[in-house]
Design a protein around this ligand. Structure first.
Ligand SMILES: [Zn+2]
Length: 371
């Protein structure tokens, strides 16, 4: 099918598509919160029957947790099969007062649709489905399609992962298409790699209970202060990570891939306008594209300790907590890195304090396919 046919089809059906997308975005399919389990189920059903209505053979497959939508369209037994992955669940909307319009009531402003999940992953998934609908309607589809749409991507993919061995044959294909990424610099983009992730939550414990700083300041060691020292020690002045072993095992990158990555457009001013901060974090010795595309990073997601409400509560807090994650690149082992991080923290835990590992999350490794 040529581009003009595709575009005119889109124009013709634009209104219908928009109202369908609004319906899809209205489900409060928040997988991480059990209170929204019924909404997740309804959303899965909607995806399933929507795919049925455009010609797919689709079914809801149950898992231990939330259902997975399976849909197939076969053009012939000899055509290659493309497996398309997507997810119908969304992140929690956070503080509702931060939203200009309610997260589950989609609104269009300046040509953009605003709702929770609109760009992760309901929007992308919907566009892929509409592209398939277009191809099917024009009898222009030349490959078999298997669509698998899970409901727990935002909370660890437990249900789907557990069923993968059992569903192995049904999920077989020649190509896997995952449209669950963004458009850097606002341009349609084919992602050939993704960094992996590993996470660590830990606490420093000091006094048995809150102590009054008037009596105990200068006597009791302060867990919040020492947590801050440990966290600050994780990076060097040039932005590199100071944890021994952190960069061990990183796979060499060939020059053509490095050149390809560095040739991607990146507008630091647009970045700053969008995020409110300049793109100056991380390893100063690497160009921006390599920092985000080829280098591992470490981030603190949250720090919790003591009292930070109005006024002053004069305490030495009994504990302090931090949650971290590491973005991994090819060749790095999450197990090894979490071990190194733990050693690093243990060595810096002062006498009289206790390090408590709350959670080690092995996440997933990095992925790179040939461009
Ligand atoms: Zn996603």
């Amino acid at each position: 099918m040529d581009l003009a046919t595709a575009a005119s089809w889109w124009d013709l059906h634009n209104e219908r598509y928009l109202s369908q997308l609004r319906e899809f975005l209205s489900f409060q399919s928040i997988s991480t919160d059990p209170a929204f389990k019924p909404a997740c189920g309804q959303c899965a059903k909607w995806v399933c029957s929507h795919l049925e209505s455009i010609g797919f053979q689709s079914e809801l497959k149950q898992t231990e947790t939330l259902p997975v939508v399976f849909a197939r369209y076969r053009v012939s037994s000899t055509a290659p099969t493309v497996v398309v992955y997507g997810h119908y669940d969304v992140q929690p909307p956070g503080d509702l007062s931060d939203w200009t319009t309610p997260p589950f009531e989609p609104h269009v402003r300046d040509g953009r649709i605003y709702a929770r999940g609109a760009v992760d992953n309901k929007g992308q998934l919907f566009f892929v489905i509409k592209a398939l609908e277009n191809l099917i309607a024009h009898k222009a589809l030349t490959c078999n399609i298997t669509l698998v749409v899970e409901g727990e991507e935002e909370s660890g993919s437990g249900g789907l992962s557990a069923k993968l061995p059992e569903w192995k044959n049904e999920l077989a294909g020649d190509v896997l298409l995952v449209c669950d990424t963004g458009m850097p610099s606002g341009k349609p983009t084919i992602m050939v790699g993704l960094r992996g992730i590993a996470g660590l939550t830990f606490e420093l414990h000091g006094p048995a209970r809150e102590l009054h700083s008037g009596y105990h300041g200068n006597l009791a060691k302060n867990p919040a202060l020492h947590l801050a020292k440990i966290l600050a020690a994780m990076t060097n002045a040039d932005g590199s990570v100071a944890v021994p072993g952190f960069y061990d095992g990183i796979a060499p990158i060939d020059d053509s891939l490095r050149a390809l990555i560095n040739s991607q457009p990146f507008d630091p001013i647009a970045y700053e306008q969008e995020t409110g901060c300049p793109p100056t974090g991380g390893e100063a010795t690497y160009p921006i594209a390599e920092r985000v595309g080829l280098r591992p990073s470490i981030d603190i997601h949250g720090i919790l300790s003591g009292y930070a409400g109005p006024g002053i509560k004069t305490i030495v807090p009994p504990w302090a907590r931090a949650t971290l994650s590491i973005r991994l690149v090819l060749g790095q082992s999450s197990q090894g890195i979490l071990d190194s991080l733990e050693d690093f923290m243990r060595e810096r835990t002062p006498t009289g304090m206790r390090l408590k590992i709350i959670e080690r999350d092995f996440g997933g490794p990095a992925l790179l396919v040939s461009p």
